[in-house]
Design a protein around this ligand. Structure first.
Ligand code: BES
Ligand code: MN
Ligand code: ZN
Length: 488
C-alpha cells in the first residue's frame, strides 16, 4: 500500500541553507521577486538565480514550472530547482508547482523555501499526489522515498491547513492502489477485506454476500458473476458525520476483471480491464478521505463487486434476468455488464437509504473515450442543481467533467422484444443509452448524477498530478462537493 511521502513544515532557517544536503527548491514570482531564503541562496550561489531569471530561458518557464541548476557552487545541495510561482498563486498553479517539486525530488530528500507564499497546502497536495508511485510488485525497488521539508514563514498554519489536504491525498492513493492492483490480487474478497479494514477510520462497513442478494432479488447483478469463481459482493460504507439528515449516496461499479463474459472481448488490451472496478475505487477513496478528515456530513458508499468471466455457468447473450426493482432485462451482450451490476446496487441504495442525492461512478463505456478522450469524464444527470454543483466542484479541483444529454429518444433504443428492456442500445450514442439504462433505476424524486469514468480512471501517460496508471479522478471533486454542498 502506498503511503503519502512525509512532508514537514519548518521555520525558515537562513543559516542552514548552505549546508542542506539532497535537493533544494526556491520560489520566484513572475516579476522576479525572491523571499529571504531565496535571496540567501542567490547570494550563496553568486547570483545564479538572478542570472537565470534575467535570461531568455526563464521567459519560457510557465507558472508552476521550474528550472534546474545542477551542482550549484556555494551550496552543499546536489541541485537547485527554481520554481516560478506568485506569492498568492491560484489553486491550480500551487498544485502545479507541487507537482514540479515532486518530479524534481525523485526519491531523495527535498527542502523547499516557500517563504510567505499562500496556498502551501495546495503546494503540498500537488507534491504528495505527483510523488505517488505504485511499486508493490517491483521486487528490486525497495528504497523508500525520503521526505520533503517546506520552510515557510507560518509553519504551524501551513501544517494545520495541510492536514485536510493530506486526508484527501490518502483517499486518492487508496483509489489509485485499488485501481492499479492486478485482478489476481484484487479479487472480490480482497477488495471487500480492504474495505472492511477501513473500519479503523471510523467508517461503518458491511458486506452483503450472494445469499442475501439472492433474497433481495438482485438477479441482474448476480447474473454477471455467474461465470466467476469469485463470489459477488456488495460493500456498504457509512460515514455519519452529520446530523439526522438522509445521506448522499455514492455507488460504484466494481468489476474486478471484465473479460466481456461469453461476449468475449478481443485479446488486445484486455489487460486494461483490471481497472474496471474504477468506480468502486473512487467511491472507496472518497469514503476514506471523508472519514480521515472527519467530514460533517452523512454519506453512504456502496460498491458492487463482481468478476465477469466466461464459463459453463456464465450467463448467455439472450438470457433474461429480473432486477431487484422487478423490471426484466434481456442480456443482448454480456459485455455490457456494468449497468447490470449498478442497477441493482442503485435500487438497493434508494430503497434502504432514501438518499438526498445519488451519484454513481463507472468505467461504463468505451464510447465515452471516443467522445471525450481522457480529459473529461461524462456527466449525466436528471437534476440541474446537483449537476451544476458537481461541475463546479470538478472545475475547482481541476478534474475534467463534461455534461452529456439524456432524453426519451435514447431511452426508446432500449426496447426489447421479449423483456422490459435490453441491456444495449446499439452502436450509436453508446454512453448515453448506457446512462439511459441506469436512469430506469433512479426514482424520479432522487437527484442523480452518473459519471462515466472509462477515460479518466486510468491513463497511459503522466498527467499533472498523477504518474501513468490510475489517476484517482473524482476523489477530489466529490470530496469538494461534500464539503461545499453537504457540510454545515
Ligand atoms: N468496462 C467496459 C467499458 C470500458 C472500455 C472501460 C474501455 C474502459 C476502457 C464495459 O463493461 C464494456 O465492455 N462496455 C461495452 C458496452 C457495449 C457492449 C455496449 C463497450 O464499451 O464496448
Ligand atoms: Mn464489459
Ligand atoms: Zn466493464
Amino acid at each position: 500500500m502506498t503511503t503519502p511521502i512525509s512532508i514537514d513544515f519548518a521555520e525558515t532557517d537562513l543559516d542552514a541553507l548552505a549546508g542542506v544536503e539532497g535537493k533544494v527548491a526556491v520560489l520566484v514570482t513572475s516579476d522576479g521577486k525572491l523571499d529571504p531564503a531565496g535571496r540567501r541562496v542567490n547570494r550563496l550561489t553568486k547570483q545564479a538565480i538572478a542570472r537565470l531569471v534575467e535570461s531568455d530561458r526563464w521567459e519560457k518557464v510557465k507558472l508552476g514550472q521550474g528550472f534546474t541548476l545542477g551542482f550549484p557552487a556555494g551550496l552543499a545541495a546536489k541541485s537547485l530547482l527554481v520554481v516560478k510561482l506568485d506569492r498568492r498563486p491560484s489553486v491550480d498553479d500551487a498544485r502545479k508547482a507541487g507537482a514540479s517539486l515532486a518530479k524534481f525530488k525523485g526519491k531523495g530528500a527535498l527542502t523547499v523555501c516557500a517563504g510567505a507564499t499562500t496556498r502551501i497546502d495546495d503546494l503540498a497536495l500537488g507534491l504528495a499526489l505527483r510523488a505517488y508511485d505504485f511499486t508493490d510488485h517491483k521486487t528490486a525497488d525497495e528504497t523508500a522515498s525520503e521526505g520533503a521539508s517546506i520552510m515557510c514563514s507560518k509553519p504551524d498554519e501551513a501544517r494545520e491547513a495541510a492536514k485536510a489536504a493530506m486526508a484527501v491525498a490518502e483517499g486518492v492513493f487508496f483509489t489509485r492502489d485499488l485501481v492499479n492492483e492486478p485482478a489476481n490480487v484484487l479479487t472480490t474478497q480482497e477488495f471487500a477485506d480492504r474495505l472492511e479494514a477501513l473500519k479503523s477510520t471510523g467508517l461503518k462497513v458491511e458486506v452483503l454476500e450472494e445469499a442475501e442478494m439472492e433474497k433481495l432479488g438482485m438477479h441482474s447483478l448476480l447474473g454477471v458473476g455467474l461465470g466467476s469463481e469469485s463470489p459477488s459482493k456488495i460493500v456498504v460504507m457509512e460515514w455519519n458525520g452529520g446530523g439526522d439528515e438522509k445521506p448522499l449516496a455514492l455507488v460504484g461499479k466494481g468489476v474486478v476483471f471484465d473479460t466481456g463474459g461469453i461476449s468475449l472481448k478481443p485479446a488486445g488490451g484486455m489487460e486494461d480491464m483490471t481497472m474496471d472496478m474504477g468506480g468502486a475505487g473512487v467511491v472507496s477513496g472518497v469514503m476514506k478521505a471523508l472519514a480521515l478528515r472527519g467530514a460533517k456530513a452523512n454519506v453512504v458508499g456502496l460498491v458492487g463487486l463482481v468478476e465477469n468471466m466466461p464459463d459453463g455457468r456464465a450467463q448467455r447473450p439472450g438470457d433474461v434476468v429480473k432486477s431487484m426493482k422487478g423490471d426484466t432485462i434481456e442480456v443482448i451482450n454480456t459485455d455490457a455488464e456494468g449497468r447490470l451490476v449498478l442497477c441493482d446496487v442503485m435500487w438497493y441504495a434508494q430503497e434502504r437509504f432514501e438518499p438526498i442525492g445519488m451519484i454513481d461512478l463507472a468505467t461504463l463505456t468505451g464510447a465515452i473515450i471516443i467522445g471525450l478522450g481522457h480529459e473529461n469524464a461524462g456527466v449525466f444527470s436528471n437534476n440541474d442543481d446537483i449537476c451544476k454543483a458537481f461541475l463546479k466542484a470538478a472545475d475547482a479541483e481541476g478534474e475534467g467533467a463534461w455534461r452529456m444529454p439524456l432524453g426519451q429518444a435514447y431511452d426508446d433504443m432500449l426496447k426489447s422484444r421479449i423483456a422490459d428492456m435490453k441491456n444495449v442500445g446499439g452502436r450509436a450514442a453508446g454512453s448515453i443509452t448506457a446512462a439511459q439504462f441506469l436512469q430506469r433505476f433512479v426514482k424520479p424524486e432522487t437527484p442523480w448524477i452518473h459519471l462515466d469514468i472509462a477515460g479518466t480512471a486510468s491513463v497511459k501517460s503522466d498527467t499533472m498530478l498523477a504518474p501513468k496508471g490510475a489517476t484517482g479522478w473524482g476523489v477530489m471533486a466529490l470530496d469538494r462537493l461534500v464539503r461545499d454542498g453537504y457540510e454545515d
